[in-house]
Design a protein around this ligand. Structure first.
Ligand SMILES: Cc1cc2nc3c(=O)[nH]c(=O)nc-3n(C[C@H](O)[C@H](O)[C@H](O)COP(=O)(O)O)c2cc1C
Length: 345
């Protein structure tokens, strides 16, 4: 297995531990949707469906990009894709760089995710690494291999800085993205990986034609902590004050929704259950996404895959969204977005 695939597997192990979580209170707990004792709707008729990337989903949930390119990662992706398809949810793969560099095609996933939005994934820093047209070529290969409905590009400058082998040069990323958005032929989604997207970043990227953003704010899986456990003492000492650096999910979503118009927002970073999904939608997200909770559900401590457990978790999340909608008197997702609620300090 290549170094890259080994690193990806190591990431899965580390991400499943509690030490991988941000050590600050989860900002989504600041959101209190207002209880309505007169809901005026039937709990069994709540409609949680949405449209995303031109397709109808049963619930506003996306399984975020995590893995692919190693035998273990490919097996996990197979289960995630099938269950997302059964539950009619969106599904993203992790960075396709490892699979592309090893000519290990992930094309089989398209058939398993035939009825849902499938989202490819590459890192922005890797796109500029190749210079010239190399980044566009890499994106083209990623799209040709997976045939996704959209390609997510992750911006993870903090994670790269902590990684011993991380990319440090981020000059030229915006120009690369401006070219990519014109040439990709499918929508480009910009995502963070747990430190959040600011209004300034989103506005700059909206101005070059990108219209879908996955906030991936601070509060859930924390890559600074994960990568720090794999690095040397000097780097650990430098990065020590930055362990919980980033924009908490609640404020990142609230600010982006208030300040930037004509974009789609994906709410993620510390989404733990269906109530958090509802909170993200209320904060302005069009759909919510999670990664850590789903990897923990699908892979048991002994490494065995458990499709049944993930199936149960997805059922529970869908029910929880319905409970939140019923108790806020929201018959459908549009009503939930306009429901009463407060953000506590
Ligand atoms: C095991 C694991 C691997 C991940 N790999 C990637 C990746 O390759 N590309 C990416 O854009 N994000 C990656 N992420 C970040 C997630 O997509 C997500 O943005 C982040 O974990 C925040 O969500 P969470 O708090 O629900 O985990 C990964 C997350 C996990 C847990």
């Amino acid at each position: 297995m290549s170094d890259l695939s080994t690193r990806k597997d190591e990431h899965i192990d580390l991400a499943k531990q509690d030490a991988a979580l941000a050590q600050i209170p989860n900002s989504l707990d600041r959101v209190r949707l207002t209880h309505q004792a007169l809901p005026e709707c039937d709990a069994d008729q709540i409609d949680t469906s949405i449209r995303f990337l031109g397709m109808r989903l049963d619930a506003p949930i996306m399984i975020s990009g995590m893995t692919g390119g190693s035998p273990r990662g490919d097996a996990i992706n197979g289960v995630l894709a099938e269950l997302a398809n059964t539950h009619k949810l969106a599904f993203g793969v992790g960075s396709q760089r490892a699979s592309l560099s090893q000519q290990n095609s992930q094309s089989g996933l398209r058939g398993r995710a035939s009825d849902i939005p499938l989202i490819g994934n590459l890192g922005a820093a890797q796109l500029i690494e190749h210079g010239g047209n190399g980044g566009i070529d890499l994106a083209r290969r990623a799209i040709d291999d997976l045939e996704p409905n959209a390609l997510a590009i992750h911006l993870n400058p903090l994670q790269e800085l902590v990684q011993p082998e991380g990319d440090r040069n981020w000059s030229g990323v915006k120009d690369m993205l401006a070219r990519l958005v014109k040439q990709a032929g499918i929508p480009i989604i910009i995502k963070e990986v747990g430190a959040g997207l600011s209004v300034k970043t989103i506005t700059e990227l909206r101005d070059i034609g990108i219209t879908c953003f996955d906030i991936a704010g601070l509060g859930g899986t924390n890559w600074t902590r994960i990568e720090n456990s794999r690095t040397d003492q000097t780097r650990q000492d430098i990065m020590e004050p930055f362990m919980d650096w980033g924009i908490p999910t609640c404020s990142a979503l609230q600010d982006a929704h208030a300040a930037v118009h004509d974009i789609q927002l994906i709410g993620s970073g510390g989404v733990r259950h269906g109530l958090d999904v509802a909170r993200c939608l209320w904060l302005g997200a069009d759909i919510a996404a999670a990664a850590g909770p789903f990897i923990k559900a699908v892979e048991l401590a002994d490494g065995k895959l458990s499709p049944d457990r993930l199936n149960d978790v997805l059922d529970i999340w869908k029910q929880q969204i319905k409970v939140a909608m019923f108790l806020t008197g929201s018959k459908h997702v549009k009503a939930l977005k306009q429901a009463d609620g407060v953000i506590t300090t």
